[in-house]
Design a protein around this ligand. Structure first.
Ligand SMILES: [Zn+2]
Length: 202
């Protein structure tokens, strides 16, 4: 049985980052069930190599990563192994992280918390600066794709306490953002972002 660390909080609308040694895993917990968690991973020895959704989709030949698959970088190498998923497996690999521009397009006239800024702030707490904001793995984000290729903004199909376990293939830095989206229903019908939690497993 894996040894679990203390439980860390990703506060609602905020981000957190953590270091993972090769072989350690992170358990990301959808505590309240309806919260999308944007997730990034960077190689510890080269932040320019990171988990990449466009490379992942090519490797998967699909858009839904699932337990048992490897998550790959922009150099097409595994960075994390997707070990467990208690949810129905609906995660998003298509949509960019939200940013202040996005909220401007949605009608906000003043600054809105966003996942892009949360990534930079979370990495800064570790004295790190990512080279860019890669497209995240949007855990539990439900983006239905119709037969005509059109996408829509669904509500999560996960339930409270669902979690994923991602095991590090190499030393890496991971970051998460409890997405502050409160205009579209991607964080549930109440459009109220909530906290999430994570643990490091050894
Ligand atoms: Zn977001």
């Amino acid at each position: 049985m894996a040894k679990e660390s203390e439980i860390f909080t990703v506060p609602a609308r905020r981000g957190r980052a953590a270091r993972l040694d090769k072989g350690q895993a992170i358990k990301v917990i959808n505590t309240h069930g309806q919260q999308v968690v944007d997730f990034w991973a960077f190689r510890a020895d080269d932040l320019g190599e990171f988990l990449s959704m466009e490379h992942l989709r090519a490797t998967l030949e699909g858009i839904f990563p699932h337990a048992g698959c490897d998550l790959v970088t922009n150099q097409r190498r595994p960075i994390l192994h997707f070990a467990e998923d208690t949810s129905p497996g609906i995660h998003d690999t298509l949509m960019a992280a939200c940013d202040d521009y996005r909220y401007g397009l949605l009608g906000c006239t003043s600054y809105h918390d966003n996942c892009t800024d949360n990534l930079y702030a979370a990495m800064a707490e570790l004295d790190l600066t990512p080279p860019e904001c890669p497209s995240p793995l949007n855990l539990w984000m439900n983006i239905p794709v119709g037969p005509d290729g059109r996408t829509s903004w669904g509500e999560p199909v996960s339930k409270a306490g669902d979690y994923v376990v991602l095991r590090a293939v190499c030393d890496c830095v991971v970051a998460m953002s409890a997405c502050p989206q409160d205009i579209l229903p991607i964080n549930g019908a109440l459009r109220t972002p909530t906290e999430a939690h994570f643990q490091i497993l050894t």
